[in-house]
Design a protein around this ligand. Structure first.
Ligand SMILES: [Cu+2]
Length: 503
C-alpha cells in the first residue's frame, strides 16, 4: 500500500467511531466472498447478524472529510476519487471489507461554488465495473456516470463539468453501473457534494452536515449479503449511521441556531425525522433553498436519495434529545421483522443563552414557475410476482417493463418544459428519481383527491405511496440518455428503471 493512501485511510477512521482496536490493511485479492461475476439479484440464505450493541455509540459527531482541490486555477476544482476496498476491524469478530472513495466513509465532501468547473479523475480499483453519478447536478449526460459509460476494473476516466448559476444546493455522488449499484453503495461508496452560492442568505449560520447511511454486518464482521427480504423491500442494515458513526453525539452551537444539511444516502431506509421538544424549519430541498422558510415542522420525511436543509433552534433549557427516524409504514412485503424507531444521533443542547435569536430572512430566493408545458409523459411503477425457475421473487417494473440498457423508453427535446405524471400502481412506496435536472412537483393525487404542492421547490427525487400519482414539471437542458428510476437501489437493480433520450 502507498503511504499516502494509508494515511488518508487512517485520517478517516475516527469518523467510523467504532472499535478503537481496529486494524487496517488493504483488502486481499480474494474476491470470492463478493462474487465478482455473480448476476444482479443473487440472494443469500439469511445470515446471522452482528448484534446492534457490537458498534459502540456516543462518540463526538465527526466532521466530513473534505476532498482537497489540487488546482491552482481560479474557478476550477480538480481532484482524484479512487474507489477501492479497505479492510477494517469494526466489531472484533473479524475484518470488514468496505468499498470506499479515498478510503473514507462516507466518501469525501466536494465543496464548490456556482460557476466552478469540476474535473474529477475517477480511478476504479474495485473488482467490478463502476461509474460516478453526480446525483441531482445539472451535468452533461456523457459526464453523468451512466451505466453505458462503465469504467472497467483497473481503469480510470475524467469527469468534467461546469456548474451553472442558480444550482447551489445539497447533492451527492455514488456509483451507477449496470447491475452493481446496490452492492457498491451498501459496501460504502457514496459521498457528498455541496454547491455554494456567493449570495447565500443563510451563510452566516453555523452548518452541520449529517449523512445518513446504513450498514448490515454479519456476526463474523463481514458486510452481510442481501437476503430475500432485502431484494424485495430494499436493504436496511441493523446499524443506522450518521457520518459513518453509530449514534454519535452532536454538541449544539452555543449561539443557539444551526443550519443542518441532511442526506438520506440509505439504499432503502426511509427517514421520518423528528427531534422531540423542537420543531424544524425547512429552508431547502434537493436542489437548494426554498422561496421562504417553512416553520413548525414536527417531523420531516426523507425518502432514500432525498436531501433537506433545516434550521434548528436550541430549546429554552439544556437537554439531551435523540434525533430519531420514526416508524414509517411503506408497504413492506415478505416476512421482514416489524419496523422500530431508530436513534440516529443524540443532540446535546447547552444552557439557554438568554439571547433572542434574530428572525430568519422572510425571502430566501425566487423560484420561477416553469410555465406551460409542451409535452406530457407518464411513468407507471408496478410490481409483479414471478416464479421463474421455481424461485418465488418479485419483479419491479416501469410501464410494464424491466430496464434494458439497449432500449430507449421515451424521448424529450432539450429546453422544452414537460409535465410528467408518475403513478404508483404497486403496494409499496417508491421514490422516483431522474438524472440531469431538478423538477417542480405540481400536485399529488390519492383516492381521487388532488392536493397541490404546498410550496415551490427544486427536487430530483419524490416519494410515491401505494396508489399515489404525482405530477411534476421539468426541463432537460442537455442532449443524451438519462436514467429515471426508483431510488430503492434493490428495486432499481431489479429493473425499476427506464431511459429517456433527450434530443
Ligand atoms: Cu422501489
Amino acid at each position: 500500500m502507498q503511504k499516502r493512501t494509508f494515511l488518508t485511510a487512517l485520517g478517516s477512521l475516527p469518523m467510523l467511531g467504532l472499535n478503537p482496536s481496529w486494524a487496517q490493511t488493504m483488502a486481499g485479492m480474494d474476491h470470492s466472498q463478493h462474487g465478482m461475476a455473480a448476476p444482479a439479484g443473487t440472494t443469500a440464505a439469511s445470515t446471522v447478524l452482528a448484534p446492534v450493541s457490537a458498534l459502540p455509540t456516543g462518540a463526538p459527531l465527526a466532521k466530513l472529510a473534505k476532498l482537497a482541490n489540487t488546482s491552482t486555477r481560479p474557478g476550477v476544482f480538480q481532484a482524484t476519487l479512487t474507489a477501492e476496498p479497505v479492510n477494517l476491524t469494526l466489531i472484533g469478530a473479524g475484518p470488514t471489507e468496505l468499498w470506499a472513495y479515498n478510503a473514507s466513509l462516507p466518501g469525501p465532501l466536494i465543496e464548490v461554488f456556482e460557476g466552478d468547473t469540476v474535473e474529477i479523475l475517477f480511478v476504479n480499483r474495485l473488482p467490478q465495473p463502476s461509474t460516478i453519478h453526480w446525483h441531482g447536478l445539472p451535468v452533461p449526460a456523457e459526464q453523468d456516470g451512466n451505466p453505458q459509460d462503465a469504467v472497467a476494473p483497473g481503469s480510470q476516466r475524467v469527469y468534467k463539468f461546469t456548474l451553472p448559476k442558480g444550482c447551489a444546493g445539497t447533492y451527492w455522488y455514488h456509483p451507477h453501473p449496470h447491475g452493481f449499484t446496490a452492492e457498491q453503495v451498501y459496501r460504502g461508496l457514496a459521498g457528498t457534494f455541496i454547491v455554494r452560492a456567493k449570495d447565500d442568505p443563510l451563510s452566516q449560520l453555523p452548518e452541520r452536515l449529517l449523512v445518513c447511511s446504513d450498514l448490515k454486518l454479519a456476526a463474523d464482521g463481514r458486510v452481510a449479503p442481501s437476503d430475500a427480504n432485502d431484494e424485495m423491500d430494499g436493504r436496511e442494515g441493523q446499524f443506522a449511521l450518521v457520518n459513518g458513526q453509530h449514534q454519535p453525539l452532536l454538541t449544539f452551537a452555543a449561539g443557539g441556531r444551526e443550519r443542518w444539511r441532511i442526506w438520506n444516502a440509505n439504499s432503502a431506509r426511509y427517514l421520518r425525522l423528528g427531534l422531540p421538544g423542537s420543531t424544524l424549519t425547512l429552508v431547502g430541498t434537493d436542489g437548494g433553498l426554498l422561496e421562504k422558510p417553512v416553520r413548525g415542522l414536527t417531523e420531516l420525511l426523507l425518502a432514500p436519495a432525498q436531501r433537506a436543509e433545516v434550521i434548528v433552534d436550541a430549546p429554552g433549557s439544556a437537554s439531551r434529545v435523540a434525533l430519531q427516524a420514526g416508524v414509517y409504514a411503506r408497504g413492506k412485503m415478505g416476512n421482514a421483522p416489524p419496523d422500530q424507531a431508530v436513534t440516529l444521533l443524540q443532540v446535546d443542547f447547552g444552557a439557554a443563552s438568554g439571547q433572542t435569536l434574530p428572525a430568519l430572512p422572510a425571502k430566501l430566493r425566487s423560484i420561477a414557475d416553469l410555465g406551460p408545458f409542451k409535452a406530457k409523459k407518464r411513468v407507471v411503477f408496478s410490481e409483479k410476482m414471478s416464479m421463474a425457475a421455481g424461485v418465488h421473487s418479485m419483479k419491479f417494473l416501469v410501464n410494464g417493463r424491466q430496464f434494458d440498457m439497449a432500449r430507449i423508453d421515451m424521448t424529450s427535446r432539450a429546453g422544452e418544459v414537460e409535465l410528467w405524471e408518475i403513478v404508483n400502481e404497486s403496494d409499496m412506496d417508491h421514490p422516483f428519481h431522474i438524472h440531469g435536472t431538478q423538477f417542480q412537483v405540481i400536485e399529488s393525487e390519492l383516492d381521487g383527491k388532488t392536493t397541490p404542492a404546498p410550496y415551490r421547490a427544486w427536487r430530483d427525487t419524490v416519494n410515491l405511496t401505494s396508489g399515489q400519482t404525482v405530477r411534476l414539471k421539468m426541463v432537460q437542458h442537455f442532449k443524451g440518455p438519462r436514467m429515471f428510476h426508483c431510488h430503492i437501489l434493490e428495486h432499481e437493480n431489479a429493473g425499476m428503471m427506464g431511459q429517456l433520450q433527450v434530443t
